[in-house]
Design a protein around this ligand. Sequence first.
Ligand SMILES: Cc1ncc(COP(=O)(O)O)c(C=O)c1O
Length: 389
Amino acid sequence: MFSKRIRNVEPSATVQLSNKVKRLKNQGLDILSFTLGEPDFNTPQHIIDAAKKALDEGKTHYTSSLGIPELREVIAKRYGRQNDIEITSDNVIALPAKFALYSAIQSTINKGDEVIIPNPGWVSYGPMVQLARGIPIKVKMSYDDGWGMTAESIEAQLSSKTKAIILNTPANPTGSVLDKETLKGIADLADDRDILIISDEIYEDLVYDDMEHFSIGSLDHVKDKTITVSGLSKSYAMTGWRLGWMIAPKEAIKMVNKLQQHSLTCMPHFIQMAAVAALEHGRDPVLKMRDEFQERRNILIPLLNEIDGVSCEVPKGAFYAFFKVDIGFNSMDLADMLLYKAHVALTPGSAFGSMGANHMRMSYAASRENIIEGVHRISDFVDGFRKDR
Ligand SMILES: Cc1ncc(COP(=O)(O)O)c(C=O)c1O
């Protein structure tokens, strides 16, 4: 009954884990969950108000499959302003960020094409490539080199079949941020070898200290071969609104629009109106949330590093701590033990690729109290385990 394509794809480890945590919570267990990549803040009120107003005004019908003109315009202006380049609405389509990545891959990858993806990297890149009958080629990154992808590490994996490179900065699960120099190196490589770049920048607003986000698609020599994906989910605490976008050359937008017309049709009108309000309002709410994430990170990382057997680099962006645990368990078993014995839910690093083995991902998009209590529980578990041995 089912296609080979869908049978061969693994379910999303992160979504499955969060379903398991929900089940245990419903059974009355006091589980502290740090598994989902979801801000714990409410969506800013002015955005909610804009959605309500749009509903009252009857903005409840189909729109253009590309998105309403005001939204595409405001996205184009924002990207242009941030990156000091000119793009127009013709370079923009509104769609959920995850679907934008899926569409970018479906629209460009043929059977047997190789696609470079990060290891460790977000759980959906590999399955998305497989669903397009492409072959994911994983570039290994390690704790010791700050979890960064480089032109050299990518070049070592290129072949005559390489069609695209997927970049993710700031990165899930490691929190690494690629700097401008590194991205220039990758752009030169992609240009030389005529390879497409798919740049996932969903965490673009969440960079800390003196780090700055740089968008590779703003470089002149690769802007015609770069598809950039971002959205409101992480920066505006709007995961459930499913509003994101793709910025790409006009021809790519036309192709992706065909997929949109034959699948989603369009984003809901009132949500697009709310997105216009979000993007026109200025970045104050975003900066406030970012500052709070930074504070939480500053609390969490030293606490983790105090645990015997745990080591964690300070993440530069996103809202995840990706830490090494050296107590003789693989990360899947450790995640299960922490869940059932310590009542703390973390995502096992191996869900993100082989280089995540012996690592755990802890989202710090959670309250300070929960973060502190969560680390106590992890610490008590690890210490108890050492004593018992
Ligand atoms: C790296 C990365 N890319 C894309 C997405 C998808 O974002 P959205 O939920 O806005 O579709 C996520 C969500 O967790 C993510 O972590």
